[in-house]
Design a protein around this ligand. Structure first.
Ligand code: HEM
Length: 413
């Protein structure tokens, strides 16, 4: 890793750091710790259903469709009914950018949602390419029979047993909503009940399987008296519960779901080249050390050295940036912030860090593999929102030359 690598930095910020910058809010903040909202809406479930519906029109043999964000053009179809779908499209609206496609955001959404709800760490690859038009229809619907569902999943690239697993993994959270499926979940007399959940927990866990096997499930797609709509019952029991029994322990459930959901996210059109699995790349692995002194140094624009320590700044604040996915990777990173006025004439050409652990050893220098962290000199940011129009022939034009440096320390737990 050699800074700057904007694509990698963007992915790392979205997946691991969960910092509110630059979107104002992080994906995990929207997920609200996997707690359903006041009307029973469950953001993590909405995101996973969104990803599945985008992928479900994949034709594995022909290499068409898959996770390609074509769903954005297909939300008016009956097979994609639901407020949850539209809310998700708004949840994701600010996140795609120059380096991360809409379809990669859908994949990241599923990885973060499942982890936040206690599910497996789904290995994430990047590089999905967005469709620019709607694709063919073909998302499974509850009133279809078992043969159609089996054929549909086969087209998507999943065997019968994998179909059972994938549905049991998806239907671990969220549920069926009255406004979307009033025939399956009719309105109560006082109108208070809006969702009937698939199992008794909002977490990503095996309760969907154990409650089904124990006969205590309230999953409407299993227990509804109108057998036409009990698609989960038909699917789960289609191999005499062999698959459901095989994923009834928490460990087996988590492992199978991690594998199947990774395959769901990696079902992409032929020709799309996905990256290696994304892993966090900390600058250094270290334990937290309250004695640690971190200093930033820089050189001015002409490359000239400053007088002793004139171009240096101490840390102004430190904060723990541990997130679920960082923790799972065995890391607890610290973020060090520096705040220093830069002389506009001499500017900054590159910067680097010195880290003194105060343990009697020589301080370590972090200088981007020897080159320093270079700042492009010809980059000027114009800020129209803060600039005003002519007044008495005066213009205020706000421009900035900015850079953000993050030094990550982490600890192997
Ligand atoms: C034959 C296959 C499937 C059928 C017939 C089916 C049907 C349904 C139905 C009717 C709902 C209720 C939606 C609403 O009321 O808005 C639902 C919700 C959901 N489905 Fe499926 N589903 C299938 C497969 C899957 C798969 C494979 C996944 C993911 C791996 C998945 C994930 C979800 C999730 C997370 C929800 C809850 C959404 C929420 O609460 O907002 N489903 N499904």
């Amino acid at each position: 890793y050699h800074w700057p690598e904007p694509k990698f930095d963007a992915i790392e910020a979205l997946l691991y750091e969960q910092s509110p910058e630059p979107h104002g809010v992080s994906l995990t903040a929207i997920l609200n710790k996997c707690v359903p909202g006041p009307t029973g809406e469950h953001t993590a479930a909405e995101w996973v259903r969104f990803a599945y519906h985008d992928m479900a029109t994949h034709n594995a043999e022909a290499g068409t469709g898959g996770l390609d964000a074509s769903l954005y053009y297909e939300l008016d179809r009956q097979e994609n009914v639901g407020l949850g779908m539209r809310v998700t499209s708004f949840d994701f609206v600010d996140f795609p950018g120059k380096y991360v496609s809409r379809s990669d955001i859908i994949a990241i959404g599923t990885v973060v949602a499942v982890a936040e709800c206690g599910g497996p760490t789904i290995p994430l690859r990047m590089g999905r390419v967005d469709a620019l038009v709607a694709g063919p229809a073909g998302v499974p619907e509850p009133q279809q029979d078992l043969a159609s569902h089996t054929a549909s999943f086969r087209r998507q690239g999943f065997t019968q047993s994998e179909m059972i697993g994938l549905v049991a993994c998806g239907h671990t959270f969220g549920g069926v909503r009255t406004p979307d499926f009033p025939d399956i979940v009719p309105a109560t007399a006082d109108g208070s009940q809006l969702v009937v959940t698939f199992d008794s927990t909002p977490k990503f866990d095996n309760a969907i399987v154990t409650e089904y096997l124990a006969g205590t499930t309230k999953n409407p797609l299993v227990v509804h008296p109108n057998r036409t709509v009990t698609s989960d019952l038909r699917i789960f029991s289609s191999d005499n519960n062999v698959t459901m029994k095989s994923i009834s322990s928490p460990q087996a459930y988590s492992k199978r779901c991690g594998d199947l959901l990774a395959r769901m996210l990696d079902s992409v059109p032929k020709g799309v080249q996905l990256s290696e699995v994304i892993k966090p790349l900390p600058v250094k692995l270290a334990t937290k050390n309250p004695e640690r002194k971190v200093t930033m140094f820089w050189e001015n624009r002409s490359g000239g050295k400053c007088a002793h320590n004139a171009c240096s700044a101490p840390v102004v604040s430190t904060n723990d940036t541990t997130t679920t996915l960082f923790q799972r990777a065995g890391m607890s990173p610290q973020k060090y912030r520096f705040n220093t006025p830069i002389n506009v004439t001499t500017s900054v050409s590159k910067f680097w860090f010195e880290v003194d652990e105060n343990d009697g050893k020589k301080p370590q220098i972090y200088n981007n593999g020897g080159t320093g962290y270079e700042i492009q000199q010809d980059r000027v940011l114009f800020v129209p929102e803060l600039s005003t129009n002519a007044f008495n022939n005066n213009f205020t034009v706000v421009v900035a030359v900015g850079f953000r440096a993050v030094l990550v320390f982490s600890k192997i737990l």
